[in-house]
Design a protein around this ligand. Sequence first.
Ligand SMILES: NC(=O)C1=CN([C@@H]2O[C@H](COP(=O)(O)OP(=O)(O)OC[C@H]3O[C@@H](n4cnc5c(N)ncnc54)[C@H](OP(=O)(O)O)[C@@H]3O)[C@@H](O)[C@H]2O)C=CC1
Ligand SMILES: O=C1O[C@H](COP(=O)(O)O)[C@@H](O)[C@H](O)[C@H]1O
Length: 518
Amino acid sequence: MSTQQESMQPFVFVIFGATGDLAKRKLFPAIYSLYRDGHLTTDFAVIGVGRTKMDNTQFRVSVKESINEFSRLSLREGEEWDRFAARFDYITLDIKDADAYASLLSAVEAREREMNLPGNRMFYLAIAPQLFGQVADSLKQSGLTNTVGWKRLVVEKPFGHDYTSAKELNEEIKRSFTEEEIYRIDHYLGKEMVQNIQVIRFANSMFEPLWNNRHIDNIQITASETVGVEDRASYYDDAGALLDMVQNHMLQMVMMVCMEPPSRLKTEAIRDEKVKVMRALRRYSEEEVDTYVVRGQYTEGKSKGSSLVGYREEPNVNPASTTETFVAARLFIDNFRWAEVPIYIRTGKRMPEKVTEIVIQFKELPKRLYFNKNNDLIPNLLIFRINPNEGITLLLNAKKQGADSQVVPIGMEYCNDCEDTSPEAYESLLHDAILGDSTFFTRWDEVSLAWKFIDPIRRAWDREPHSLTEYEAGTWGPAESHELLRREGKRWWTGGDDGERETFKAVEQPKYRKGETR
Ligand SMILES: NC(=O)C1=CN([C@@H]2O[C@H](COP(=O)(O)OP(=O)(O)OC[C@H]3O[C@@H](n4cnc5c(N)ncnc54)[C@H](OP(=O)(O)O)[C@@H]3O)[C@@H](O)[C@H]2O)C=CC1
Ligand SMILES: O=C1O[C@H](COP(=O)(O)O)[C@@H](O)[C@H](O)[C@H]1O
């Protein structure tokens, strides 16, 4: 949630794409949860926009259905719901028809008059990216951005498909909105434990002295999914894992882990530090890509006893597709803090577990005095558990209870969502956008540098389709991903090459006092 202490001002929220999947699964439930939890501490109206013909009553029914199906809070019928639903209106409009925006302007102004709202307007583009520029332009031409209050534009990913297209898109929307008014969504930045990385790093004196190449051996970021391409082939078969996950979410997590402490907890101070990581991130030449980046595509396999088809057999996927569903990479951050520290990232579909985790592996002591029963000693690991269980784990070595002095790994656990469910990422991000806090949105320089890192990889792969490796659905990715670490004397801690979650296998279970139950 927000890093700023500002108060919320009444506003009109215009959602382009209000009949679409994102609005149904994420936006309406997020607005409802914020409202129910008392975080929408101001007056507001929502105007949905789509081509589908619908009146306000039908729209409110569709909002209700989506909340019933997707909200983390169950819908409370009665007066409270009626008051909430009455804030929602719908306009049928073709985004490509510039003249049609006059009806949207009338609807917004009517709500502002009726509810005595001061002209603050937030426009959310839950539509295909090809339409972003056109909407921004028509909002300006129609006078919708000409308001006495504030105006904000929230844009979804993907923000372009390479540096050139992203730059063009940015220039298009900058004709109607300033950088400060643009909120580029990366939903990983709305996740509780991604936001918590900064707090854990910068609010505890014990980590900062160790957070560098003198004490950290390597960093591993994994975002694995069990799902395949689902019904998104038309988008995914073009994008692949590199554009879908690495350009945005994975690099954002790298920035959060590797940034310097900001001088103040202010939006631009934090973003400045993130951008410096992107500047220090070494760009591979096209020739180097093969050495440091692995790409894979799932073939048929099994998960929990069920058979899974290969990617090319999925509905609407090109049967000869060379799109990657898995990426692993070894990154270099060329600055004083991180020189020589391997940063490994890995993401893929159809893997054995849905897990997003950041593992910080600390260096060994200069000399080993203790050994475990395998004549070994596990390194200290700090693990940020982002998804599906939120928390942190610190892995240490300790003496096992008893006379034989055995050394065993122990895990110190903090669970972030055991007592209360965390808000959804979209709740947190919408809340911040309404407050005008863009800390957890991506600034143009971050996005553009991310594309400059990605583009040579894409070009190398387009030139060399044979660099695509295969992995069986239901496994932790191709052998080449394990080899990427093995050749540097490392191993993935989440889903090692023996297919186990090695990190936790050997850890002693917590003990409780006699009579105490968990
Ligand atoms: N769905 C998801 O989970 C995620 C989506 N996104 C991004 O969010 C955006 C929307 O995705 P999603 O909701 O899945 O897409 P959908 O295809 O489900 O919805 C598209 C929406 O755009 C509207 N639309 C399309 N063309 C026009 C037009 N000419 N005039 C007016 N409205 C139009 C559609 O309205 P109608 O059908 O009524 O014409 C519909 O409401 C995309 O940028 C996507 O990349 C990002 C992350 C996750
Ligand atoms: O943006 C995306 O993210 C999801 C994974 O998000 P998570 O919050 O479930 O970890 C991914 O499935 C999707 O392909 C991608 O577009």
